[in-house]
Design a protein around this ligand. Structure first.
Ligand SMILES: Nc1ncnc2c1ncn2[C@@H]1O[C@H](COP(=O)(O)OP(=O)(O)OP(=O)(O)O)[C@@H](O)[C@H]1O
Length: 344
């Protein structure tokens, strides 16, 4: 069931087109992330869903119903921002209870709902505490509790972990995913951090310059990027220009290689994406493509090396260290060549 449908949505600020015909469906109960570089339009799209911004063209439907005419406070949506936007003069209880008090619910109902929400975000003991006495991570949990207390159908999160340090951000990624699974509602999450997107989402939407580049599961997006922009933005890649010779054969650097991708015209120019972790180094294999190690860095679990391969730099990973100057054979499994149209 599609909970949200966005059709041909366009938005400009002054003369700049920020959204350029967005089509997107969001399923009920999914964790969907809008991912893209700064300025690609993801916050604008989120603000249109929230009702803080109006598109120039296009449709926004919730459960098949037009939402663009509905005021933001009447939409079944709540938003969590990077800045926690909590009331500094109220304690935790009053912050979380705020929306319920506006509805004039009985105190016993408010009490039990606030307790439930504080338990959900793993902070059952802090109801009486002053907001400012909490850490950044705790404040963000309270902001999430406050956003969920009114039972929204959709929670919008705009870089909610952006202000936290790396370690806390990683902990909160697990927490957010757990909370989303526990409450079972739809989360739409905005970030420019690809690791965050891959680790939490059911669906990742990669955006660039107001347009969607690819929609897929984290594994699809990582393993089968649809174009060089996605490949480059998600993880690290070596991108090589070559030719699609014929079904299951590509060529670059004057050699032919087996691949599994097909469907391109014979002899058409392509870009070939190879992940650093998919390059296998084989010593003493003169029959393979050759590379010369130019630098090596120890990364904890593996070494990261730069190779000179036919005058181009390749980034590779290996658990075995090779000294700069060493010449190694390079092998890539056919299904680790990701072949895409040459956009240039
Ligand atoms: N209210 C506004 N008035 C004018 N320009 C705006 C407004 N809101 C956004 N923009 C511009 O629209 C473009 C897209 O902004 P948006 O915030 O949607 O991008 P983003 O992908 O969320 O980026 P970031 O991660 O930096 O927030 C930017 O160039 C921004 O300056």
């Amino acid at each position: 069931m599609q909970l949200i449908e966005i059709k041909n949505m366009k938005k400009s600020f002054d003369d700049t087109q920020v959204l350029d015909g967005i089509d997107l469906y969001v399923r009920d109960g999914e964790f969907l992330t809008l991912l893209g570089p700064s300025g690609c339009g993801k916050t604008t799209l989120l603000r249109i869903i929230a009702g803080f911004e109006t598109p120039d063209e296009g449709e926004l439907l919730f459960n098949g119903k037009d939402m663009l005419r509905i005021k933001h406070y009447e939409r079944p949506v709540n938003t969590v921002f990077q800045k926690y936007a909590l009331f500094p003069h109220l304690n935790v209880y009053d912050n979380v209870a705020f929306g319920l008090k506006l509805k004039k619910l009985p105190k016993s109902t408010i009490d039990s709902r606030v307790t439930e929400m504080l338990e959900l975000v793993n902070l059952p003991q802090v109801a009486k505490r002053n907001i400012q006495s909490l850490s950044g991570g705790q404040q963000q949990r309270i902001a999430i509790a406050r956003a969920l207390v009114n039972d929204p159908k959709i929670l919008l999160l705009d870089e909610p972990l952006g202000a936290l340090d790396l370690k806390l951000r990683k902990q909160m990624q697990f927490e957010l995913k757990r909370i989303q699974e526990q409450v079972g509602i739809t989360f739409i999450y905005v970030t420019h951090d690809q690791e965050e997107a891959l680790s939490m989402s059911d669906t990742v939407v990669v955006m660039r310059d107001g347009a969607i580049q690819q929609i897929g599961t984290p594994t699809d997006i990582y393993n089968e990027p649809e174009n060089a922009f996605v490949a480059n933005f998600i993880g690290e890649s070596n991108i090589i220009r070559g030719r699609f010779v014929k079904d299951k054969v590509i060529s670059f650097y004057g050699r032919e290689f087996q691949c599994v991708d097909k469907g391109f015209e014979e002899n058409s120019p392509v870009q070939i994406v190879i992940r650093p972790e998919d390059v296998e180094l084989k010593a003493g294999r003169d029959d393979l493509l050759q590379g010369t190690v130019t630098s090596i860095v120890f990364k904890g679990v593996h070494y990261e090396m730069i190779l000179d391969v036919h005058g181009e730099k390749w980034k590779v990973q290996s658990t075995v260290a090779r000294e700069p100057g060493a010449v190694v054979g390079i092998y890539v499994e056919p299904d680790n060549f990701h072949v895409m149209e040459d956009e240039a």
